[in-house]
Ligand binder design. Structure first.
Ligand SMILES: [Zn+2]
Length: 457
């Protein structure tokens, strides 16, 4: 059945997605338990036994499994049940109606990522219907809280019930959307993600009257120096394995990219110069690539002052720093302190870490990676496949930390303009075509069946 579109799942997977969208799991507050119970009920109809977990009341996750004949390899199909807020006034349909219109299912979560939950449920049901006997366990987990960092969902499960979710391999969100390049689809597999370091700097000074500025030591001016210094800072270029492979694959697909990217890979020191040139033609692509080559830092909040004529004694700013696999949040903070110390007296500054998450990366030389590539090529022989580093984060980091190999792969054709699909994730009029639901289910099913049962097929 390789490469065969499973048309027969169309109504079922569409209905499951519509129903999931109708259960409002906007995070905050989340309230994922109702959605977890719904997922459990439709799996139980198929004969699955499900387990429910709540990190706190209302914050539910659901887990089920098909027992394997042996112990390995085991595979976890992961998704999150919560969604980001949607303002109905901005949408052209009710974002929680799950309406089917013009061949699309509309609503918050249609892409990120209730569609993947629906596909993974469908895959589990099909495995059962087809009486598949996998080598290791196949687990499904639909969890709470990803959009606020996952500590009440996947992170909590890994910490408190690791035996329920531990698997050799994990398939999750973060990749799978085809990027059309020169008429060819490049499917991405998320193999790495950056870590987060959110921190605050409080600059201190000596207060005074606004009419005699030189008598005071203005904290706002001190912060100005800090913002200028950090805002312009470009950390060292480091090409991690995922990014190297991504650039190599991209270079194969586009004549335009080929020359620039191959130089970039050979001479990372020239990366900024090359990307400045690329930006003249394609700013979005150039800046997306640039952000994958180094630790980045951006000021995002500034507070200072209370009154028109008062020079304040302190000024605060918050920074969003993203670090590469292999880097540590504490090292990034030290690096930035070093940058500042030439121009600003560090004794006048207070640093506070607001949030720190480790980056993570999985290798591409695994049997599951190979399986994903060969399966997607059975469905679309002309396509290319490339691993990607996400500059944002997913729940995969919790599982990579405990040794699972994680891939973000939610297979989708770009049947709307690529930029529009990216915009509607966390944006307005989020929707997925029924074609893509059926395509994604078919591809995922083939990956799972072939990977988990290769001896029988
Ligand atoms: Zn998501």
């Amino acid at each position: 059945m390789s490469g065969k579109i499973l048309r027969e799942v169309e109504n079922e997977v569409t209905e499951v997605l519509s129903n999931l969208i109708r259960i409002n799991t906007t995070n905050p507050p989340g309230n994922e338990s109702e959605a977890a119970r719904y997922v459990g009920e439709i799996l139980e109809e198929e004969g699955f036994k499900c387990e429910y977990f709540e990190s706190t009341p209302g914050r539910g996750s659901v887990i089920t499994r098909i027992k394997g004949v042996n112990r390995s390899p085991s595979l976890l199909l992961l998704s999150h049940l919560d969604v980001v807020p949607a303002n109905p006034k901005e949408w052209s349909v009710d974002p929680f109606s799950g309406i089917v219109k013009d061949g699309f299912v509309w609503g918050r979560g249609a892409v990120d990522m209730k569609s993947m939950t629906a596909m993974e449920i469908m895959v589990m049901k099909l495995l059962k219907r087809n009486k598949v006997k996998p080598k290791g366990d196949i687990i499904l987990a639909a969890t709470a809280d990803e959009e606020k960092g996952g500590r009440m969902g996947a992170g909590w499960l890994v910490q408190n019930h690791l035996e329920k979710v531990k698997a050799d391999y994990v398939i999750n969100e973060g990749g799978g959307l085809a990027i059309p390049i020169d008429g060819k689809n490049v499917y991405t597999i998320q193999t790495a993600e950056k870590g987060i370091l959110w921190f605050k700097i409080k600059a201190e000074g000596t207060p005074g009257h606004g009419s005699i500025p030189t008598a005071a030591d203005n904290a706002i001016l001190r912060m100005g120096k800090i913002l200028e210094k950090i805002g312009r800072y470009r950390s060292k270029i480091t090409i991690v394995p995922t990014v190297k492979q991504f650039l190599e694959e991209l270079a194969k697909e586009s004549e335009l990219a080929r020359q620039a990217l191959s130089v970039l890979i050979r001479k990372p020191g020239m990366a900024d110069y090359i990307l400045d040139k690329v930006a003249e033609r394609d700013k979005v692509m150039a800046e997306e690539i640039r952000a994958t080559l180094r630790m980045t830092v951006a000021p995002t909040i500034v507070h200072g002052g209370v009154k028109e004529n008062v020079i304040p004694s302190e000024c605060e700013a918050v920074f969003d720093c993203r670090i590469l696999p292999g880097q540590k949040p504490s090292e990034a903070l030290e690096e930035l302190k070093n940058v500042l110390k030439e121009d600003v007296d560090l004794k006048k500054l207070e640093f506070e870490v607001i949030e720190a998450n480790e980056p993570s990366e999985s290798p591409t030389n695994t049997s599951l990676y190979k399986q994903i590539v060969s399966t997607i090529k059975e469905f679309e022989p002309t396509c290319a496949v490339a691993p990607i580093l996400l500059t944002g984060g997913t729940d995969s980091r919790y599982f990579r930390k405990v040794g699972s190999v994680c891939y973000g792969f939610q297979p989708m054709k770009a049947d709307l303009p690529y930029g529009e699909i990216l915009k509607m994730v966390h944006g307005i009029d989020e929707r997925i075509s029924i074609e893509n639901l059926v395509f994604g289910t078919s591809v995922l099913y083939n990956i799972v069946e072939n990977f988990m049962c290769s001896s029988e097929t």
